[in-house]
Design a protein around this ligand. Structure first.
Ligand SMILES: [Zn+2]
Length: 67
């Protein structure tokens, strides 16, 4: 279910390629899936359902997720 995927997810933006990657946890290693950069030391932020990048259509779910 898409909503379950989004809640609790973390996002990091790669300084090398500028793309965002997502994970359920920032513990352990975090390697950029696009260029292989090690993002372990980068700050993580909560992934937002309205994040347009790579997740087209999720904006329509706004309002259905309890905050
Ligand atoms: Zn990258």
């Amino acid at each position: 279910m898409i909503i379950a995927e989004v809640i609790g997810m973390l996002c990091k933006r790669c300084p090398e390629c500028g793309r965002s990657s997502y994970s359920a946890s920032d513990r352990g290693s975090w390697i950029c899936p696009y260029c292989g950069e090690d993002l372990r030391e980068r700050p993580a932020c909560p992934a937002r359902p309205s994040e347009p990048e790579g997740r087209p259509g999720l904006g329509g779910l706004q309002g259905t997720i309890p905050v």
